[in-house]
Design a protein around this ligand. Structure first.
Ligand code: DGL
Length: 272
């Protein structure tokens, strides 16, 4: 397989990054993907930066054994904590989701008031505010961490009264700031999109960074002449690996992706 027909590596702490993989599949149907979900070590959102950097290095080393041509860190927490450090350590292009999300939000807002929801790690890092203010200094950004959303999504409680109640409490702080744009700053959150949209109201634009991330990836592959030539990417188009509980992951992946996610394999990520 020539380098341009090699797969793209995508990783997250669990199923959340599948929302990014879904967008890559939609925008670049020729591309092959190797996905890794670190289900044994989830959640990332409440862990320290050092730990997330160590996890990210291990996953990148694992993905490189699959000869990927580029890597997408499909996790806001790992993008916030590890991207700057790991991007210079490996010989292949690595992108995250935060620049893409910030760019979309800054272009979507009409009143200059943007809300960002994410894990404690992402919100605590202040990275969205920093990146958006660099793009447009007069922007007002309000961040709110929503630590219960990831377990709710991982449990499949996407449409449930418990999720509604918790989401209302988290979002009230943002509503009182009159935001007109809300960044779903955790790759798990687009799966709660209908609940979040209903609670925020139709005047608030929800930004899913996955869309812009796929555009950024496409531009990067084109610039480096790394786009896959149709039908030449080898046999297994989409491969899924996890660090724990492969069956549960497969069922979830199949419900999110436009195809059946067959044959998810469990690996020992600590070996990498
Ligand atoms: N989906 C990840 C993110 O985008 C984190 C979820 C977790 O806490 O593991 O931040």
């Amino acid at each position: 397989m020539t380098e341009r027909n090699a797969p793209i590596g995508v990783f997250d702490s669990g199923v959340g990054g599948l929302t990014v993989a879904r967008e890559i599949i939609r925008q670049m149907p020729n591309e092959h993907i190797v996905y890794f979900g670190d289900t044994a070590r989830l959640p990332y959102g409440s862990k320290s930066q050092d730990t997330i950097i160590r996890y990210s290095r291990q996953i990148i080393r694992f993905l490189m054994t699959k000869e990927v041509k580029a890597i997408v860190i499909a996790c806001n927490t790992a993008s916030a904590y590890a991207l700057d450090t790991v991007a210079g350590e490996f010989s292949l292009p690595i992108i995250g989701v935060i620049n893409a999300g910030a760019y979309s939000a800054v272009h979507a807002t009409r009143n200059g008031k943007i809300g960002v929801i994410g894990t404690e790690g992402t919100i605590g890092s202040g990275i969205y505010t920093e990146v958006m203010k660099r793009m447009r200094p007069d922007i007002e950004v309000t961040g709110k961490s929503c630590p219960l959303f990831v377990p709710l999504v991982e449990e499949g409680l996407l449409h449930d009264s418990v999720t509604d109640e918790i989401a209302s409490r988290y979002l009230s702080a943002l509503k009182s700031r009159f935001i007109d744009t809300l960044v779903l700053g955790c790759t798990h959150y687009p799966l709660l999109r209908s609940t979040l949209g209903r609670l925020m109201g139709s005047d608030v634009t929800l930004v899913n960074p996955a869309y812009e991330t796929a555009i950024e990836l496409k531009a990067l592959l084109e610039e480096r002449q790394l786009t896959c030539i149709s039908g030449q990417g080898g046999q297994e188009k989409y491969q899924f690996f996890v660090s724990d509980l492969a069956e549960k992951f497969t069922a979830f992946a199949t419900s999110i992706l436009p195809m059946e996610a067959k044959g998810t394999r469990k690996i020992n990520i600590e070996e990498y």
